[in-house]
Ligand binder design. Structure first.
Ligand SMILES: [Zn+2]
Length: 160
């Protein structure tokens, strides 16, 4: 196999491996579980396959790797090699992400996105992240299925 990526790119790819059960995702699950939240993780039937589904709160959570999902933060840098390939790939990921959020919202789900950068690095505040996520989840618990036109209650993004 031809080696097409430089070492820095590969390490970024490895740290942001796409797919199920990446570390940041396990961390969020275990901290939510410890706080008494119950959820399911096999969300194949939902747009974008959210990482955590909390039916009782009518909420889903995505834990996004900053590289793969093109977050404009310090963890994201365009790879030096094959710029067009990456622009297309990450652009498509972002587009799919946005479509999934819209479809979920249209189906009455509230959507939270926890970015990898909120969970990594010296300035991380993981307890703070969980605190805000838990608070946001509980906002709606008294009124399941109640429609809301406030975007703040229906969509949450946590990053560094
Ligand atoms: Zn980020």
């Amino acid at each position: 196999m031809v080696d097409v990526v430089d070492a820095a790119t590969r390490s970024r790819m490895m740290s942001g491996i796409r797919g199920r059960n990446t570390k940041p995702e396990l961390l969020i699950r275990s901290l939510l579980h410890r706080r008494g939240f119950r959820f399911r993780i096999d969300a194949r039937d939902l747009p974008g396959r959210p990482d955590i589904v909390l039916p009782r709160y009518r909420a889903v959570v995505f834990v996004h790797g900053c590289f793969w999902h093109g977050h404009g933060c310090h963890l994201f840098k365009w790879p030096q090699t094959r710029p067009e390939f990456w622009r297309e790939k990450i652009g498509r990921n972002r587009c799919n992400d946005e479509r999934a959020v819209q479809a979920l919202r249209a189906a009455g789900w509230r959507v939270a996105i926890v970015w990898e950068c909120a969970l990594r690095g010296a300035n991380r505040d993981i307890e703070g992240v969980i605190e805000r996520l838990a608070g946001w989840l509980k906002e709606e618990s008294g009124a399941p299925g109640k429609p809301s036109d406030s975007d703040g209650r229906d969509r949450l993004e946590l990053s560094l």
